[in-house]
Design a protein around this ligand. Structure first.
Ligand code: PXP
Length: 264
């Protein structure tokens, strides 16, 4: 065997990064003009290592607009993941634009962000119909759910391709410096990720992730994509979006290396 130079190979599969650009639009909308442009941010994100772009078209259009979705769909060079509520209005928009994927999320007007996962366990025929119509059009369907066995099983029954596990509670415990709470939440996410993969679902994760919380989630072997937005846009204020995304990408890649404790 040759004793040539060795590079550390990731023992886990590649972890995709979807950059959520909603809050570039939040900043733009604060003045009602065109700056900063979410599409420009999306191009920059791709150059910095994003594998896809995520945008949430909310019912109240508080950040991303219909025109943003049109521009993103026609100009993006990477897959677009359209986050949306499971409503007929959003369904029509998704069927018109045909993004690579739709992530169905719960939506309440009074919330500041997507606070919890979809209530899939008690979902009726309405959700199943929306999933079916999206899939018929070739759109991959993801359900944003709590890290919970019942939600995973219900997602599979409903015909979803993907589950995105809500990491918000884990990240909140981190903000509170609650190590026990973090370990508990992380273990729920790890168990759900295993169950999701065993059930044949593709597993994604996201919400609230930062430089401090990303590695533990990135290390979960079944997770193949993370969607991250608010923290990256916040960091961009201090050092630029390019630098923030590159650093996040490096932390994600590092977490997949054997030295980081990742295992199959
Ligand atoms: N994934 C989903 C389904 C979301 O709704 C959001 C927030 O829009 C994110 C990921 C990204 O969360 P954050 O902006 O906190 O990184």
């Amino acid at each position: 065997m040759s004793a040539g130079p060795r590079t550390m190979q990731p023992i886990l599969g590649y972890l995709r990064l979807g950059v959520n650009i909603d809050h570039v639009a939040t900043l733009r909308n604060a003045r009602g003009g065109r700056h900063p442009d979410p599409l420009r941010a999306a191009h920059l994100a791709v150059e910095a290592g994003a594998d896809g772009i995520t945008a949430h078209l909310r019912e109240d259009r508080r950040h991303i607009s219909d025109a943003d979705i049109t521009r993103l769909k026609s100009e993006l060079t990477r897959p677009l993941n359209l986050e949306m509520a499971a409503t007929d209005e959003m369904l029509a928009i998704a069927l018109k634009h045909v993004p690579n994927a739709c992530c169905l999320v719960p939506e309440r007007r009074e919330e500041r962000t997507t606070e919890g996962g979809l209530n899939v366990s008690t979902a009726g025929p309405h959700l199943a119909r929306i999933i079916g119509l999206l899939k018929d059009k070739g759109i991959r369907v993801s359900l944003f759910i709590e890290a919970d066995a019942k939600a995973i099983e219900a997602s599979a029954r409903l015909g979803a391709d993907i589950v995105e596990l809500h990491t918000g509670a884990y990240c909140e415990r981190a903000l509170d410096d609650d190590a026990t709470g973090m370990a508990h939440e992380l273990s729920r996410i790890a168990t759900a990720a295993r169950l999701g993969a065993e059930t044949g679902l593709e597993v994604h994760a996201g919400h609230g992730l930062t430089y401090n919380t990303v590695a533990a989630v990135a290390r979960l072997p079944q997770v193949v994509e993370l969607n991250i937005g608010h923290f990256l846009v916040g960091e961009a204020v201090f050092g630029g979006l390019d630098k923030a995304i590159r650093r996040m990408r490096t932390l994600m890649d590092g977490a997949r290396l054997p030295a980081a404790g990742g295992s199959g």
